[in-house]
Design a protein around this ligand. Structure first.
Ligand code: DX5
Ligand code: ZN
Length: 212
């Protein structure tokens, strides 16, 4: 299982050492939640901060855009060259065009589904993305309760991926911990995002290992 700690739950007054600790602790990606106060009722960080994180991170960045006016934000963060950039399917009018634009910027594109959005919505885009990010909480905040209907959704998506784009990764985001990780893996998840579980522990390396 690949592990992407979400820095949303990190100590922002000490962000540099928090990022170094999760990288040294063996994470695979650094998950960065960008929120605009419109698509979700919370605001996080902009490109100035993310650029500094990119400089000191020894692991690739995984940017999750929870914003309106999505293409504007794609262009704002693209120069930072994260490994992945994922956009919410609920918010994008011309998804095919935007996914191509992300790829042509040298970034691996992902698409995100809110908990209520059916995996059927991916039918005509799955071949064009490198990752599907399934939300297992309503986006906006760290530390929320996991919504268990995700297991079935992962399995359905796995079938679609197997048939249409076997290299596409499934990432699960929200409320992931040592209790639900086994079933997430069995269902077919490749990457998990974990914020609260990792950053509320005393030992990030141990927390990352326990999930893996
Ligand atoms: C929620 C964010 C998540 C969140 C995960 O909107 O997309 O990445 O930070 O945090 P936990 O693991 O605490 O639910
Ligand atoms: Zn996220």
């Amino acid at each position: 299982m690949l592990i992407a700690p979400s820095i949303l739950s990190a100590n922002f007054l000490d962000l540099g050492s928090e990022v170094r600790s999760i990288c040294d602790g063996g994470c695979d990606y650094v998950h960065i939640d960008i929120m605009d106060g419109h698509f979700v009722p919370n605001l996080t960080i902009g490109p100035l901060v993310v650029k500094e994180v990119a400089k000191i991170s020894s692991k690739p960045l995984d940017i999750h855009l929870m914003v309106e006016n999505v293409s504007f934000f794609v262009d704002m963060f693209a120069p930072i060259k994260p490994e992945f950039m994922s956009v919410h399917i609920e918010e994008v009018k011309h998804l095919n065009r935007l996914i191509s634009h992300i790829r042509n910027s040298g970034i691996r594109p992902g698409v995100v589904l809110n908990p209520h959005t059916s995996e059927e919505a991916l039918k005509y885009i799955i071949e064009d993305v490198d990752m599907v990010l399934l939300m297992s909480v309503n986006p906006g905040f760290g530390g929320q309760k996991f919504i268990p209907n995700i297991y079935k959704k992962i399995q359905n998506l796995k079938d679609m991926i197997f048939a249409k784009n076997p290299n596409c990764l499934i990432e699960v985001d929200g409320g992931v911990n040592d209790k639900n990780i086994d079933l997430l893996k069995q269902s077919g998840a490749d990457i998990v995002v974990a914020g609260n579980y990792i950053f509320s522990s005393d030992d990030y390396q141990k927390a990352i290992l326990s999930l893996r």
